[in-house]
Design a binder for this molecule. Structure first.
Ligand SMILES: *Cc1c(COP(=O)(O)O)cnc(C)c1O
Length: 354
């Protein structure tokens, strides 16, 4: 049988994952046969996980960070909801989030039996604290904000959402799964140092250039991790706070290697290049007369006619849409100015044909 080959990244404009950094790839290979779910047996990778959590704490303004490398943002978000539910003193907990929240919260709500209350976002596509406040009550266990929304790259007013959570005696979670590796180089207020945030999702396998799977869950308090821990009778370690049991040492080691190599200067360069590319392609699309949602972070949404979207897709571009149907261009590290120029050339040619 011929060996299967994956896609190249040359025409991928749809993904929040990217080509891993070479050091991350090499570390993943070295640590393929390790299981950080069993830290007493696999001590080297357990040490690397501690390093990752430390560095993620630095990135997110958190002294003495707790947390772990999850399978992705989905697991980290489920775990944040689980911790809040387990810590809440109600039988009927609810989670309040903006409509821009990632669909993983629907999974969390279903799995955990909590009520997910969704508030409309404002005209700026960010969470509206007043609309969210009207959904908060005595049974609210968690208030969620997104720092870098999946569809438009918007950053919610995290300090206001943290205040709202505090007033309701609920926890505050920030989902920075995608934005977390860009936001340190911006003026946004989004992290543990800016507000009374309790937990955060931040994924090394997206902008962090680690291999998949490497998500991140961070927590301010030990009590949050305690709320997740179960006893582990057959392992040497006595408790486990992760959702998965056996998990990828490759993800952990690659995250450690990528962070060691890229934080902070490499990530700053990635962000600045990506942001400049996003602004450049947004201008180029606006010049062509399309409706463009300006990129707050390196993500551009643009309204294209369906026929044009389909024609460009037929030229082998990997494209994604927002729920409203706009084309979503995610300017990940593999998306260069040349890639975007080639995309625009194809777009122009398709438009001429149509
Ligand atoms: C990608 C993303 C997730 C989900 O992360 P996975 O690693 O795909 O599970 C959650 N939240 C946000 C904001 C995301 O962009």
């Amino acid at each position: 049988m011929e060996q299967a080959v994956p896609q190249t990244f040359d025409r991928v404009l749809s993904s929040m994952c990217t080509r891993p950094h070479p050091v991350a790839r090499a570390a993943a290979e070295r640590f393929l046969a390790t299981n950080p779910g069993d830290p007493e047996t696999y001590r080297a990778v357990a040490d690397l996980e501690t390093e990752v959590v430390e560095t993620l704490g630095e990135l997110t303004g958190l002294d003495q960070p707790r947390g772990y490398v999850a399978s992705g943002g989905t697991e980290a978000n489920i775990q944040a909801v689980r911790a809040a539910r387990n810590r809440a003193s109600t039988d009927d907990p609810n989670v309040v989030a903006p409509s821009s929240v990632h669909f993983s919260f629907q999974k969390a709500a279903e799995v955990l039996g909590v009520d997910l209350r969704i508030a409309p976002v404002g005209s700026d596509r960010r969470a509206d604290p007043e609309a969210m406040a009207s959904l908060v009550d005595d049974d609210t266990a968690l208030v969620v904000g997104v720092a870098g929304t999946t569809e438009y790259g918007r950053v919610d007013p995290i300090p206001e959402l943290a205040d709202l959570a505090a007033e309701a005696d609920a926890l505050c979670h920030v989902d920075a799964a995608w934005g977390g590796f860009a936001l340190p180089f911006t003026d946004h207020e989004w992290h543990f140092g800016h507000a009374a945030v309790d937990t955060m999702t931040i994924d090394p396998h997206k902008m962090g250039q680690a291999v998949v799977p490497a998500g991140g869950l961070l927590a301010r308090d030990a009590a949050t991790m305690d709320a997740l821990a179960v006893e582990t009778p057959y392992l040497e370690s006595t408790s486990q706070a992760t959702l998965t049991g056996t998990r990828s040492g490759a993800g952990v080691a690659s995250a450690a290697a990528a962070l060691d190599e890229l934080w902070p200067d490499g990530y700053r360069e990635n962000y600045e290049r990506a942001q400049a590319n996003a602004e450049w392609v947004a201008d180029a699309l606006a010049d062509r007369g399309f409706d463009v949602v300006d990129p707050v972070l390196p993500l551009v949404a643009v309204d294209l006619p369906d026929s044009l979207f389909a024609a460009v897709q037929d030229r082998d571009w990997r494209l994604a849409r927002t729920a409203r149907g706009e084309l979503r261009l995610v300017c990940m590290p593999h998306v260069t100015r040349d890639t975007l120029s080639a995309f625009l050339r194809d777009l122009d040619a398709c438009r001429d044909e149509i």
